[in-house]
Design a protein around this ligand. Structure first.
Ligand code: AMP
Length: 299
């Protein structure tokens, strides 16, 4: 089954204890696509500026990523800058320049409208709603967001959550959105709005799946060195949704396996800056690491 994704296409400036990169390829859509395309065809909705170098996405075109829904606008591509603390679970955003996203009005090509899996990646919730409104009847709507939109556009974000089947959120964002530190209470708050399934990302501590009262915990892959955590969340979503779309199934066991695929693809992302590591890997490497996870989680 195919996936439609709307989110940011970016150039990022990132500093971690291991180095610094300016204007590196980034954005929730591209990170997501580089992981999800290892499992299923991906269709992109987004906007780039006239400073975007098309060769930067050649590697995605060579996988199964379709860019018919990506438009070019006059102006600069979205830019984000961040700096990571020594504890790389923590980062500060230095700047978020929406640029061409400020006036972007997404129009889906006809062949996108009946795709089965819709991923609303991290971007302005009003844009997520515009895409959602154009879709016929996706089998699953999956949503990701960020503190920037929780504090800046909570009402619109709530309208998106109400139409979401699976919410992916990190632990801090869950607290910020629901206003409670107790994660059971936070989950009750979210599921009362609509989503039946919630995935809570916990950075270097892994992820939790909540599905209609049942819990499943996946660790993060123990890595000797994390160079740049940027995009870990988006590539987690890529492995998770990619596997669901490939299997075309949303039952409990498939969701659990998908969660571990999410942890697996995220673990590759953080080994190098930008999408450098993701460009090198294929399904073989992913499956090998997924099998290591299986071994780690048996007792
Ligand atoms: P992650 O590390 O998974 O949270 O994703 C980081 C990516 O999200 C970077 O490549 C940024 O370009 C992108 N990003 C950062 N802030 C925003 C925002 N407010 N809206 C959309 N994308 C963003």
């Amino acid at each position: 089954m195919s996936i439609l994704v709307v989110g940011s296409i970016a150039y990022d400036s990132v500093e971690t204890p291991f180095g610094k990169r300016d204007n590196a390829l980034g954005g929730s859509t591209l990170y997501f696509s580089s992981a999800a395309s290892l499992f299923a065809p991906v269709h992109v909705v987004g906007v780039i500026g006239d400073d975007f170098n098309p060769a930067d996405i050649d590697f995605l075109k060579q996988r199964r990523v379709n860019f018919d829904g990506m438009v070019e606008a006059a102006g600069k591509t979205f830019r984000w800058g961040g700096v990571y603390h020594k504890n790389m679970n923590m980062r500060d955003t230095l700047f978020t320049d929406l640029n061409v996203f400020e006036t972007f009005d997404p129009v889906l090509p006809d062949h996108y409208k009946s795709l089965d899996y819709l991923f609303l990646a991290n971007i302005d919730p009003d844009l997520q709603l515009k895409v959602l409104d154009q879709m016929h009847k996706p089998k699953a709507v999956i949503l990701d967001t960020m503190n920037f939109w929780i504090s800046g556009k909570k009402e619109s974000l709530t309208r998106v959550i109400q139409r979401t089947d699976i919410l992916i959120i990190n632990d801090e964002e869950l607290i910020e959105y629901t206003g409670t530190e107790n994660f059971l209470e936070g989950l009750r708050h979210i599921t009362a709005l609509g989503p039946k399934v919630v995935v809570i990302k916990r950075g270097m501590y892994g992820a939790v799946l909540y599905n209609a009262g049942r819990f499943f915990f996946a660790p993060a892959y123990p890595l000797p060195e994390v160079k740049d955590p940027t995009g870990a969340g988006d590539t987690f979503a890529g492995g998770f949704i990619g596997y669901l779309a490939e299997q075309d199934n949303l039952d409990e066991i498939t969701l659990r396996r998908a969660l571990v695929y999410g942890s697996t693809t995220a673990s590759f992302t953080v080994e190098q800056f930008s999408m450098d590591r993701l460009k090198e890997i294929g399904r073989f490497e992913v499956d090998n690491r997924w099998n290591e996870f299986k071994e780690m989680m048996q007792f």
